[in-house]
Write a protein that binds this ligand. Structure first.
Ligand code: MIG
Length: 829
């Protein structure tokens, strides 16, 4: 095997491959048209600069003096550039372009770019800057960019990479690959997200290199003072995104490349998968397995064996004689059926999809004409060219029967790197339409999976309507989040992979893809009960929560590990269901503001440089901090709690952050902290979304000295009424002092939930209740028949108050118990 890194090592001292680096010369002229600038050099190079908003500047270089059509699969068509206020000054040696956020200096000599913030801090600074090399073999330019590493700079991002969070010191590439049983240092993996975040001097910025060729990123690996990125073709075309906070960089990037729609609420429930559940009796036995044990579950998956000889859009009638009936029966018990669809279409003269694809010329062709052939599960296949709009429409329509007749509710796209058994992926000469700009596999490879997911989404959305679609994809490019959820591929049932699942999901989340999860328990090999439970404890905090495993490695249902583990699995899956309104709200924040649902520790307080060196801890939404246990046989772990006051979820012990703490966490706990002042909305435990009518919502309110606000988003949980404004945003403001606590509620929007009351559970009060006044009326707290505390196995009963869901203001007065010594306020373990 040739080593791709060595072979394509253009930046290293690679004498065999090295041709000649070409540089842009000197700027001698420019043109401005509102927020767009063209800079012309004494060579043929043209630099195009567009200020998209006060924080985003795009740089595009034409090496040979002309720009190809401006086209991007990654960019969200709904992203609208603004016309921000600009100041432009032409100095003798450089140009100065300022927005109200940043100053961009463009050197005439060498076209070097430097960007500063308004305080004069250099944020990003070109070293060689733009340069390139002509690739005689392909006729492409290998376009390159290099920048100085800033003092103390850390690097984050790049999608699903499985290595340490901080990318400094590494060289990584994007070339989606089917990486069965990958490891911490495997690269490339399944996804291509040419986006990174730099953080130095507590200031964050992002770089999005919108190029679909094989891309490389070198973060001070080759030279310790230089970070560079390059691609095997197309243009140097990148976006600079100013934070200054990490969160804002991720948000701006999500605006640029797009956000998903709200998923159906059930898709945030627990999902169970295996390669493969068949025949029908086995599949249904899994369903009953959940209901009999009262372990909640919303979705069951059919992997490739449901098909007839792995032919997409067919059923194996021996295993599944009447899919429509089966799916209906499962649906009656609350299960949504999700099926896998791969891109390979079996070469079979009697198979109607094969016939149609050939007749309509929908399959990818080799450069000399024949349809490309490659082996996957069905044997030799042809592969649809999803970069052709007509092919996407055709593909979308193929889902009609599966969805409208059979009742399938979601589709899972696999093998779309694209993967083939022979050489791993397509040969380089394979041709693609690329939406009217024909190209080879070199350019289309990295977006193949994305365009498949896009076509699938188009169909699933169309036929599920008025319900919301669920699509999951293994391969992705920047922007795929608009269409699909994703998982981290073929991991292994090992502690190391549990560690990776945590890092990969966080990293995907800050890279625009929040709807992520891993195969809980590991895909390859069999976890011990302990590993399964530790993994599930993490998985319930990932937006996409699914157990999946490879069948020949043993059973992996929540009850496969013995009674003790079954009960633990049940407990954590139940917690997932209780947290649904909170997770749903975090999802809504993601689609509304682009905020990543999972937030690595530095994102929680980037002023705390200590947090830059840690990566296991992460936030989910605004108010939860999680840190998985990724070692066997431990009773807890050390972790770093960010500044502020937090409560240990399991016993309400108060923790002041900004330091390391020990979390007691035997196998029945995961280290989980709630921010002081939080209002955590809880559903009652249910076996699936929609099983019961929610007649009361529990609000867990955590005492704070001072004020903290929390959000709760609600809508019907499916359908599109929310896009017409039938949804609501509730803002709770909690304000506490030594002797009292007030909670106010402000409601925006018109969604009316079924429940009429809130059960408010008060955590961490430093006093006992004296009076409670709700909207000016004194009430006496009474024992609540639907007490939320019951579900939480707490030793001490917490004060609860039952109020109308329409309350506006609650004022609680307390008295400090005379016997109280400071210690007694903390609940000792
Ligand atoms: O070559 O469909 O990552 O989740 O179960 C293996 C069978 C093909 C790989 C996916 C995995 C799925 C499996 N697929």
């Amino acid at each position: 095997m040739r080593d791709p890194i060595q072979e394509t090592n253009y930046m290293l001292n690679d004498l065999v491959n090295r041709k000649e680096n070409l540089f842009p010369g000197k700027i001698i002229d420019y043109q401005q048209e509102e927020n767009k600038f063209h800079f012309y050099t004494n060579t043929d190079v043209i630099l195009f600069v567009q200020v998209l908003n006060p924080k985003i500047i795009r740089f595009r270089y034409a090496a040979d003096g002309n720009f190809p059509p401006d086209f991007s699969y990654a960019r969200d068509p709904d992203f609208t550039p603004e016309l921000p206020l600009l100041e432009f000054i032409a100095h003798p040696d450089f140009f100065q372009l300022s927005t109200d956020q940043v100053v961009c200096l463009i050197q005439k000599e060498g076209m070097h770019i430097r960007i500063l913030d308004k305080a004069g801090n250099t944020i990003m600074d070109d070293e060689k800057g733009y340069h390139w090399e002509y690739d005689l073999h392909t006729g492409n330019n290998i376009v390159k960019m290099s920048k100085w590493v800033q003092s103390g700079e850390h690097y984050y991002g790049l999608g699903d990479k499985s290595c340490n969070m901080n990318l400094r010191g590494r060289r990584l590439q994007n070339w989606s690959s089917d990486t069965y049983g990958y490891s911490r240092n495997s690269d490339p993996l399944y996804k291509n997200v040419p986006f990174y975040i730099g953080l130095h001097q507590k200031i964050a910025y992002g770089i999005f290199f919108d190029n679909t060729f094989r891309t490389y990123f070198d973060f001070a690996h080759e030279r310790s003072n230089v970070t560079s990125f390059w691609a095997h073709g197309e243009e140097m075309n990148y976006y600079f995104i100013y934070g200054p906070s990490l969160i804002e960089v991720s948000e701006q990037y999500a605006f640029l490349t797009g956000r998903p729609e709200m998923p159906p609420l059930w898709a945030l429930g627990y999902q169970q998968c295996k390669w493969s559940y068949y025949p029908e009796q086995t599949f249904k036995a899994i369903a009953s397995g959940f209901r009999e044990r009262q372990i909640p579950c919303d979705a069951l998956y059919l992997d490739i064996d449901y098909m007839d000889g792995f032919r997409c859009f067919t059923w194996n009638k021996e295993y599944f004689p009447d899919p429509q009936r089966m799916i209906r029966e499962l649906a009656a018990d609350g299960f949504k059926t999700v099926i896998i669809i791969d891109p390979g279409i079996k070469i079979d003269k009697n198979y109607w999809i094969y016939q149609e694809g050939c007749a309509q010329d929908y399959f990818c062709r080799r450069s000399d004409g024949p349809f490309m052939k490659g082996s996957v599960w069905p044997g030799l296949c042809h592969f649809p060219d999803y970069t052709h709009p007509e092919v996407r429409d055709w593909w979308a329509n193929l889902f009609k029967e599966l969805i409208t007749v059979d009742g399938v509710r979601g589709v899972w796209n696999d093998m779309n790197e694209p993967a083939v058994f022979e050489q791993g992926t397509f040969p380089d000469d394979v041709r693609f339409n690329y939406d009217g700009q024909p190209c080879s596999h070199r350019k289309a490879h990295n977006i193949y999976g994305m365009q498949m997911a896009r076509a699938t989404y188009q169909g699933v959305k169309k036929f599920c309507y008025p319900n919301r679609p669920l699509v999951i994809t293994r391969s992705a490019f920047s922007g795929t989040q608009r269409f699909s959820a994703t998982w981290t591929g073929d991991n292994v049932a090992s502690w190391d992979h549990l560690w990776m699942a945590n890092i990969q999901c966080q990293r995907l989340s800050i890279s625009g893809m929040s709807f992520v999860g891993s195969d809980i328990g590991g895909f390859i090999e069999t976890p011990t009960g302990e590993l399964y439970i530790r993994w599930l404890q993490l998985g319930i905090f990932h937006p996409f929560c699914r157990t999946h495993s490879s069948g020949d490695h043993g059973d992996q249902e929540p009850w496969s590990f013995g009674e003790e583990y079954t009960q633990l699995a049940k407990k954590f899956i139940e917690l997932r269901y209780q947290l649904l309104p909170y997770i749903y709200t975090a999802f809504w924040q993601h689609i509304t503001y682009g905020t990543p649902m999972l937030r690595p520790l530095p994102f929680l307080n980037q002023d705390d440089t200590e947090s830059y060196h840690r990566m296991a801890e992460f936030g989910l939404g605004d108010n939860l901090l999680i840190c998985p246990i990724t070692q066997p046989e431990v009773d807890g772990r050390w972790l770093y709690v960010p500044s502020g006051t937090w409560y240990y979820y399991w016993d309400d012990a108060e923790v002041v952050g900004g330091k390391e703490v020990w979390a007691n966490a035997k196998l029945d706990r995961i280290p989980l902290y709630v921010r002081a002042g939080a209002v955590l909305p809880f559903y009652p435990v249910m076996q699936y979304v929609g099983e019961i009518e929610i007649t009361q919502l529990t609000l867990h309110v955590y005492f704070v000295q001072g004020s903290v606000s929390s959000v709760l988003y609600e809508d019907a949980g499916d359908g599109y009424d929310y896009e017409k404004g039938i949804c609501s945003e509730k803002i709770f403001l909690v304000t506490g002092s030594n002797t009292g606590l007030s909670i106010s509620q402000e409601v925006k929007g018109s969604y009316a939930p079924i429940y009429t009351t809130y059960n408010i559970v008060l955590h961490g009060l430093p006093f006992v209740l004296k009076t409670v006044e709700v909207d000016g009326v004194l009430i006496t707290p009474e024992p609540n028949p639907e007490s939320a505390a019951e579900t939480e196995q707490r030793e001490n009963k917490l004060p609860e108050i039952l109020v109308s869901k329409d309350f506006e203001q609650i004022n609680i007065q307390g008295i400090i118990p005379e016997s109280a010594e400071p210690d007694a306020l903390i609940n000792p373990e």
